[in-house]
Design a protein around this ligand. Structure first.
Ligand SMILES: [Zn+2]
Length: 386
């Protein structure tokens, strides 16, 4: 019996050690300054002329609040936290309780549930019309911004239709006929003839369609065309010198899109918040939350002045099963506990500002967000099959 107990104890402690080794524990430094910001007022104006949808990929509550602690301090707020209306979004896909970014983005773009990996197609692989395509058909201007390749799952789901997210060459080719005025992100390799497997000179074809091709932050600032294809890295942005920040991309995109009296639809993705979650890396996370939040600052500044711009910020899913546990010392830092290196099914927060923002209060399905945005922008009733 004694022998058995000893064996049992060894087994239990071995199991416990194994489990704790599965989780990565990191530390974030808490900012001292407490950059307090006021919550914006609820906008009474009811006309929605423009919609800006911001998607923090993999951005759950812990990503936002730990970012706030590290950037704005315990009593401060990130810009995204100054949006006065909040809601909660359920994120499951048609074939999995844990969604990926493709099905997550298609829920927002087409207003329907689909399978993980699907880009702008239904569970039966039929193309579904996106809010961006409806906006184009109605004479509005449109734009896509990401810090990943612009052909990555989230932006792709708004302007292309393929059965698998890995088909990035097809996605880039789909973009050519989308009518989108502004593409800003990474992904040269999916457009350049010397890197595509079919040797198609997509960059040349975009030029023929009137797009100005932009390869650096400086070229972006000096751009003068009303159609932009900005590709700032081979694949995802690398945060190298010469690349634009998300804020810079947003400001230039707004300059182009806001010349259309009919209005515009713009999707902005903070793509690499998700990658920091996959990597269980809080330093990377802080950098990406800050970059995204500075873009939010530019968006909110624009929306406040404009008065007819509805801004909705949410996520496709949470990544990393990130939790905040155990204060260290006197609150100088905080322990972060990562419970997985993949996505989780925990619902994600939504923040809204501008006319009709209160439509997004409450617990909502991710498909509701896409359907409601199309309705409020007055471009049509999703979902629509081609
Ligand atoms: Zn992911």
């Amino acid at each position: 019996m004694k022998k058995f107990l000893a064996f049992l104890l060894i087994t239990i402690s071995f199991t416990a050690t194994q489990e704790s080794e599965d989780y990565k524990i990191e530390k974030i430094e808490v900012a001292k300054e407490n950059a307090t910001k006021e919550i914006l007022p609820v906008v009474k104006e009811s006309n929605v002329k423009n919609v800006i949808l911001m998607i923090g990929d993999g951005t759950g509550l812990a990503q936002i609040s730990s970012g706030q602690l590290a950037i704005a301090g315990p009593d401060g707020l990130l810009h995204m936290q100054t949006m006065p209306v909040t809601g909660i979004v359920k994120t499951h896909s048609s074939d999995n309780l844990i969604t990926d970014s493709a099905a997550g983005a298609t829920a927002y773009s087409c207003g329907l549930k689909t399978y993980n990996g699907a880009i702008g197609v239904t569970p039966d692989s039929l193309s579904c019309k996106t809010i961006l395509e409806l906006a184009e058909e109605n004479g509005l201007s449109t734009g896509l911004i990401s810090t990943s390749s612009i052909t990555h799952a989230t932006p792709a789901s708004f302007a292309s239709h393929v059965v698998q997210r890995s088909m990035q060459e097809e996605i880039a080719a789909d973009f050519l006929d989308s009518g989108v005025e502004v593409f800003l992100g990474g992904g040269v390799k999916w457009f350049a003839e010397d890197q595509r497997t079919d040797s198609l000179n997509l960059i040349g074809q975009f030029e023929e369609k009137g797009y100005e091709i932009i390869l650096s932050g400086e070229q972006l600032i000096n751009s003068s065309s009303d159609k932009l294809l900005g590709l700032f890295a081979e694949d995802g942005l690398e945060r190298k010198e010469g690349e634009p920040s998300s804020k810079m991309m947003v400001k230039n995109a707004l300059g182009v899109l806001n010349t259309n009296d009919e209005g515009f639809f713009l999707m902005i993705e903070g793509s690499q918040i998700d990658w920091a979650g996959h990597g269980n890396n809080v330093d990377y996370l802080k950098q990406e939350v800050q970059d995204f939040d500075e873009a939010v600052e530019a968006v909110l500044e624009f929306a406040r002045q404009d008065g007819e711009t509805l801004v909705v910020l949410t996520a496709d899913h949470e990544t990393g099963g990130m939790t905040m546990q155990r204060q260290i010392a006197e609150g100088d830092s905080l322990e972060i506990f990562w419970t997985t290196d993949y996505h989780t099914g925990i619902p994600v927060p939504l923040m809204a500002y501008g006319p009709q923002a209160t439509e997004f209060m409450g617990w909502r399905d991710n498909t509701y967000v896409g359907i409601k945005l199309a309705e409020l922008l007055g471009v049509g009733e999703l979902p629509i099959l081609h």
